[in-house]
Design a protein around this ligand. Structure first.
Ligand code: NAG
Ligand code: NAG
Ligand code: NAG
Length: 354
């Protein structure tokens, strides 16, 4: 009933600027007939990737060589994928390029969720025949979405997802985009949630509601450290990120999710274990996903390009993954659970405009 979502995290806290040259050498120059790289070239790419991702293996040279082998295997997967013409999406050297599939899944993703506890499905976004929804929504264009953040070594995707949705509904109702405290949820919201070991977005909304708001990120900054003492302030004046309630979007229904997202960014959990997901660099992600919710994200919009419908997904793996931290995920699929289970458990905070 209540296995927490254990969310993935990344290898370093510092945001890394994507090198255009590395990107173009790993994606652009590969064609169907030329996927072979010699060792010198791969080593050069590895060294460049190490620098760009601030990698410094504590176990020294042995570890660096071991990781080189994994990096090479991942690069082979990336080159092979991108060598097929007219793929819907591209993969590339993300910050996870030195991890095996098992490491990524076992260490960083962990358990899957069955269903949330205490969640109530709201009717307000239930899609009805005749509802007229916009074709294109992007809350980033409306200033309702803050910069992409980075979880670091902490399975706190659930907290980033919840905080992002709360930041957005506050911007939509008050006009002010705040940066709110993920760390407060990690340290203080321990009744249903598990800090760096996973948690539920709707239980995070519950905490924020019951506490009368949440501190700003500036007041209570992110450390990615689990089990530190709760330092939340009893003074209500500093708890500026407030909500009135929270609900789930009707499940298994992309049209209801579309209706919800046309009103506000929505928290959701998806299956993120796949190797293509980990290396995703751009385009409309249309891989056949497994079942199970292992990463929490925020749906901040939707649209279509060249006949392909997609959701705009905001992740918390920093900007050196996907399209500057975002993914276009295939929309309008046959599976009622959506691509990668997106419609299994979407939820959102509520707040009346002041
Ligand atoms: C390896 O590949 C690079 C780039 O394609 C090329 O410049 C270099 O001459 C190659 N080295 C060997 C030993 O084949
Ligand atoms: C790929 O797409 C281009 C442009 O749409 C098209 O001309 C070409 O035939 C396609 N190639 C394959 C192999 O489908
Ligand atoms: C993804 O899209 C590409 C390009 O349109 C297509 O060739 C491929 O079959 C699609 N894959 C899936 C699993 O739908």
């Amino acid at each position: 009933m209540s296995t927490p979502i254990t969310f993935t995290f990344t290898t370093t806290l510092s945001l890394v600027i994507i090198s255009v040259s590395l990107l173009s050498s790993s994606l652009g120059s590969v064609t169907a007939t030329e996927t072979q790289r010699n060792e010198t070239e791969v080593r050069l790419m590895y060294e460049q990737w190490l620098v760009e991702n601030g990698k410094n293996y504590i176990n020294g040279l042995g570890e660096k060589e071991r990781r080189f082998k994994i990096f090479s295997d991942n690069l082979k997967f990336i080159d092979e994928h991108n060598s097929v013409p007219n793929r819907s999406y591209e993969v590339g050297l993300t910050r996870f390029a030195d991890l095996t599939k098992e490491e990524f899944r076992g260490t960083y993703l962990g358990s899957k969720i069955e269903m949330t506890r205490g969640s109530v499905v709201g009717e307000r976004y239930l899609y009805k025949e005749g509802d007229d929804l916009p074709d294109h929504v992007d809350w980033r264009e409306k200033g309702a979405v803050g910069p992409v953040k980075n979880q670091g070594y902490c399975s706190s995707g659930w907290a980033f997802s919840a905080i992002g949705a709360v930041e957005s509904i506050n911007q939509i109702t008050t006009g002010e985009l705040l940066s709110l405290s993920v760390q407060e949820l990690i340290d203080c919201d321990r009744y249903f949630n598990y800090g760096c070991n996973g948690g539920f977005m709707n239980m995070a909304f519950k905490y924020i509601m019951e506490k009368g708001g949440i501190e700003t990120d500036k007041y209570y900054p992110y450390t990615a450290i689990d089990r530190s003492r709760c330092k939340s302030n009893k003074n209500k004046n500093t708890r500026v990120g407030t909500i009135d309630g929270y609900e789930d979007v009707p499940r298994g229904d992309e049209m209801s999710l579309k209706k919800a997202v046309s009103h506000q960014p929505v928290s959701a959990a998806i299956y993120a274990d796949g190797v293509a997901f980990r290396h995703y660099k751009g385009g409309v992600f249309n891989v056949t996903c497994g079942i199970g919710m292992t990463q929490a994200v925020i749906v901040v919009g939707y649209g279509s390009s060249q006949g392909k419908d997609y959701w705009i997904i905001r992740n918390s793996w920093g900007i050196n993954w996907g399209e500057g931290g975002y993914m276009k995920l295939q929309r309008n699929v046959k599976d009622p659970l959506g691509k990668c289970g997106l419609t299994m458990m979407p939820s959102y905070p509520t707040k009346l405009a002041v």
